[in-house]
Design a protein around this ligand. Structure first.
Ligand code: SAM
Length: 289
């Protein structure tokens, strides 16, 4: 069966009485080149164990199983159980798990289901939960690469450098943990039903070491969140509003000591700059105590 053929998918799904759910982000691929290129981009081999979120009818799962040692595909919609039993019957290195991937203990799941393999994530993600899913993959700390299709707008934010409109707190969080690459775009016409927006495939490669040493990682992310929560304010104002006990004058002094114009905005500061600022705030707090 061709798992990206529009007519075959329609008849397969209607045979099983399946209805698409918008709330589960169900937009299935109907262009053969897309799952093949996503799987190819994930850099898999026989030693890789892949976690796939949301196999749908299994078109990407099939491509992953041809390249990886094992695929663990987690699907929330139990209505797809009989469909996947049919489409993936011959795929011996695929294990299906029905449940919410956001409720899984990911490091434990990887240990139990993908033992001895190099763990990676590869998926066409349900777009309504992109941010919590990516956060969970990075916080799990066990995946070497995460190759996913997401909304283009979110992909651009994740890969954005400083001084661009897309630059923000979530991108900095991802860039702190991973090298980011924007790989290619996929138009709405490649899906059924068609989403309203263009999609992009990104690859995140976990850093073996953090990009810069930092005294207090939690404080670094408090500074970053404060800076972008109040995007239109100067960074000094945003930091004094977001970091308890830090006055505006102190914030301006810290920025000047770090080599920044005290009127600078957060969007002009790169990751290295935020590290310098967080270290200076941490030092100042230590001196006080
Ligand atoms: N992989 C298929 C493809 O590319 O055609 C389907 C991708 S579709 C964008 C997203 C899939 O994720 C759907 O099958 C949906 O049911 C599933 N899904 C949504 N939320 C989920 C969750 N929290 N955990 C696991 N699967 C989920």
């Amino acid at each position: 069966m061709n798992l990206t053929d529009y007519n075959e998918i329609r008849s397969l799904l209607s045979r099983h009485g399946f209805r698409f759910s918008k709330s589960l982000g169900q937009n299935f691929l109907t262009a053969a080149w897309v799952p093949a290129r996503i799987a190819e981009s994930a850099g898999l081999d026989a030693d890789t164990g892949v976690l796939e979120v949301g196999p749908g009818v299994g078109c990407l799962t099939e491509q992953l199983s041809l390249r990886a040692g094992k695929v663990l595909a987690v699907e929330l919609d139990k209505a797809l159980k009989p469909v996947l039993a049919e489409t993936l019957a011959v795929r011996e290195n695929v294990e299906l798990l029905f449940g919410d991937v956001l409720k899984q203990d990911l490091p434990r799941l990887v240990e139990e289901k993908l033992p001895g393999l190099r763990p990676a994530v590869c998926a066409n993600l349900p777009y309504n939960v992109t941010t919590p899913l990516l956060t969970a993959f990075l916080e799990a700390g066990c995946f070497e690469t995460v190759t996913v299709m997401i909304q283009r707008e979110v992909a651009r934010r994740i890969c954005a450098p400083a001084n661009t409109a897309d630059y923000g707190a979530f991108g900095l969080f991802v860039q702190w943990h991973c090298e980011t690459e924007l790989l290619f775009d996929v138009p709405p016409s490649c899906f059924v039903p068609q989403p309203k927006v263009t999609s992009s495939v990104i690859r995140l490669t976990r850093r073996r070491e953090k990009p810069f040493p930092v005294r207090d990682e939690a404080l670094l992310f408090r500074c970053i969140r404060a800076a972008f929560n109040q995007r239109r304010k100067t960074l000094a104002n945003a930091l004094s509003a977001g970091i308890g006990g830090l006055g505006k004058d102190q914030a301006e002094e810290i920025l000047a000591n770090c080599g920044f114009d005290p009127r600078i905005r957060g969007e002009a500061v790169d990751l290295a700059g935020f590290v310098r600022i967080a270290d200076a705030i941490s030092e100042k707090a230590l001196r006080k105590t």
